[in-house]
Design a protein around this ligand. Structure first.
Ligand code: SF4
Length: 346
């Protein structure tokens, strides 16, 4: 089945994932709710950014989409087919369409294999029909496509910089001609100057090969650079989903607004108190989440209702989504700075 540019390629429906945490030898296990009732779709040729603080569930979501983790509930519909029930050979065949680029390029490459062997590895598994010469030609093509010289094919990962290692990871992800790549914090381990190079490579190959990307990052400015639409996660739930322009010009959720107004703090003591620029206080434990709106313990607009009832994820203004009781008022100058003090736990 083929899907045209702009048509739905992936749909995630009601996806939830929890982990059991040991709580001492004689204690009942604790349940960590990593993702709760996640639904969204991705069109072919689109880049969907997924943003949120560390621990919000974004990497778990990427792994559930690729079936590297099996969700507890929900569906992951790939061109209409649910991937969740697939196992073994059926899932292995799907892997050529679905790839991942990892955060730490050096750690994700086998130090005992040459660059040529690393990039060719997925071909050996999924294209056993190719001979050694054909595999080598494909590998060299991929290397040149990401700015690596062919003579590097016999070198080992430790001989490369972080940026070059990430290029190897991208070439490996591309070798089987995938349709969708999950980029899981692909530049967060790299120097700022190298980040721009890797983002430009991803944008260029996306256009050249008609790829669809899911781009995961804690850094909203990086996500903005590459994404058509952006999904904001907080404690395992979607709090806002909008086009990049809408989100940056007129975000509706206080959490998104806090991420956007982030500014670097020169005072290291104060900086340490913040999980992320612009937000004061710790993200609550996913094991013991606040009642109602889970963002209420850090939200300057929180009112009593926020502790009593979880805001539904509402469709607003076309295909935008937001989960906030007060989204209509957010952004109106009258409540900014003059409204309710944050509620601190119920
Ligand atoms: Fe803040 Fe209430 Fe909206 Fe949650 S529902 S983001 S606490 S105003």
């Amino acid at each position: 089945m083929s899907v045209e540019i702009g048509e739905e390629l992936l749909r995630v429906e009601g996806l939830s994932k929890s982990f059991s945490i040991d709580n001492g030898m004689f204690q009942k296990k604790l349940e960590l709710k990593a993702l709760q009732d996640i639904s969204f779709s991705v069109k072919r040729g689109e880049t969907l950014g997924i943003v949120g603080e560390s621990g919000c569930g974004k990497s778990t979501l990427g792994r559930c989409i690729l079936q590297l983790l099996k969700p507890d509930h929900g569906q992951v519909l790939w061109m209409g087919e649910d991937l969740v029930p697939l196992k073994g050979e059926e899932m292995r065949l799907m892997r050529s369409d679905l790839q991942i680029i990892f955060q730490d390029p050096q750690a994700s490459l086998n130090p005992r294999m040459t660059v040529g062997e690393i990039i060719a590895e997925p071909l050996r598994t999924l294209r056993p029909d190719l001979n050694a010469t054909q595999r080598r030609e494909r590998v060299i093509d991929m290397m040149q496509g990401v700015g690596l010289r062919p003579e590097m094919i016999t070198r080992y990962p430790h001989e490369f910089s972080g940026g070059q290692a990430q290029r190897i990871g991208i070439a490996r992800a591309l070798i089987n001609g995938p349709k969708l790549i999950v980029c899981d914090e692909p530049v967060s381990a790299l120097d700022v100057s190298i980040q721009a190079q890797i983002l430009n490579i991803l944008s260029e190959i996306k256009e050249r090969l008609g790829l669809t990307l899911i781009f995961i990052s804690h850094n909203l400015s990086v996500v903005r650079h590459v994404s058509d639409r952006i999904l904001v996660l907080y404690l395992g739930r979607i709090v806002e989903l909008a086009s990049g322009d809408d989100l940056y010009q007129d975000s509706k959720h206080p959490y998104t607004r806090a991420l956007l107004t982030a500014v670097p703090i020169p005072d290291p003591k104060r900086a340490r108190q913040r999980n992320i620029d612009g937000l004061v206080g710790e993200i609550p434990s996913p094991i013991n989440q606040p009642s109602g709106c889970t963002f209420r313990t850090r939200c300057r607009y929180a009112i009593e209702l926020c502790a009593e009832r979880r805001p539904p994820l509402e469709a607003i203004e076309g295909d935008r989504l937001v989960a906030c009781h007060r989204w209509r008022e957010i952004g109106v100058a009258a409540i900014a700075g003059a409204d309710a003090a944050p509620l601190r736990n119920a």
